[in-house]
Design a binder for this molecule. Sequence first.
Ligand code: GLU
Length: 380
Amino acid sequence: MRQLTPSATGVIQAAAHQMRKNGIEVFNFGTGDPILPNHPVILEFAERAIVEKMSPYAPFAGMTELRQAAADWMNRRYGSQFGIKETVVSCGGKFGIYAALQILLAQGEEVLVPAPYWVSYPEMVRLANGQPIILSAEETTNWKITPSEMLSRITPKTRVLLLNNACNPTGVLYTRQEISEILNVAKEANLMVISDEVYSEIVFDNAEFVSCSSFPEHRSRVIVIESCSKNFAMAGWRVGFAFGPAEVITNIIALQSQSTSGTSLISQQAALGALRHADEVSSYVRQAMDRRRKLFFQTYNQLFQTRIQPILSTLYYFAPIGKDSMKECEKILTEAHVALVPGIGFGVEGYVRFAFSEEEDLIEKGLKALQKFKRGLPYC
Ligand code: GLU
């Protein structure tokens, strides 16, 4: 039997769920999931699909109207030129990344993965028989990788760069100049780039989000992963997208036809509702998450000695914890009933990730529970 490592966010989420089932109040800073009522247009489209008894298999590539609406959404925001052939609907952005790696990698090929990385990347690379090559970014350089670091790790076996912008867990946004330099290195080394951009609409204080799809000269090597989970607060509906060269997308569709058969038709209708009103729905989510972000950072600065700056994107704050992050998170969960994700899950020991996507009162109560639990930790 193969031994797989489960997702670190999934492990914490399951432990927190179990505690809640046992009647314990758990303060969830674990999984990043914008806990919000669905925007009415999402429900309207989903309800219509249910009333009209739409339950056949969906096309493996996703509904044509949804692929077109998703491509239009990208093209309108970034000036890209995706058509239906360059667009596939997947079971969340997660399956899009998994599928792209399966399609691109041959046995033993290497994937550059900047750390901190989203918890699932290295295992997904291994599942595709590839080799993750971790590029470590530091807090002192704002957690960003540089072209020179990339160059120093490229070998004849390197095939893909797996970039995450905005970055989960640090919330860091790459600038246009930085992305351009990274893409130029990828071009020189003939790498494909999978750009995970699932927080593209969760950007605050008018900060600029730069998509890898806004560089036409790199069109042939870029696969962009998008999702409804965060941008439209639809995590449980499981709708994401991959955009890229038609030959890659065709193979992802074939992979879906041999595995998931695509995502639920009702979910796809719900996503169509969100995309038809994309600006309205994403602004509804952004405003709610901005309120939580402000509350989180203000409360944190009031309660703890360390002064921290609000992040500009995503739903996270990556905080130093100074010791074995897994043990510390287990202890904090069992004793303070506060769910955090250990930094080691993101490839960086000595840190923890807070998600501030829960309801407001839980954010305040959770931080207070943490302060009461231990004043001696570096973040306290
Ligand atoms: N992206 C979310 C997080 O990092 C969801 C986790 C998941 O799907 O594993 O918390």
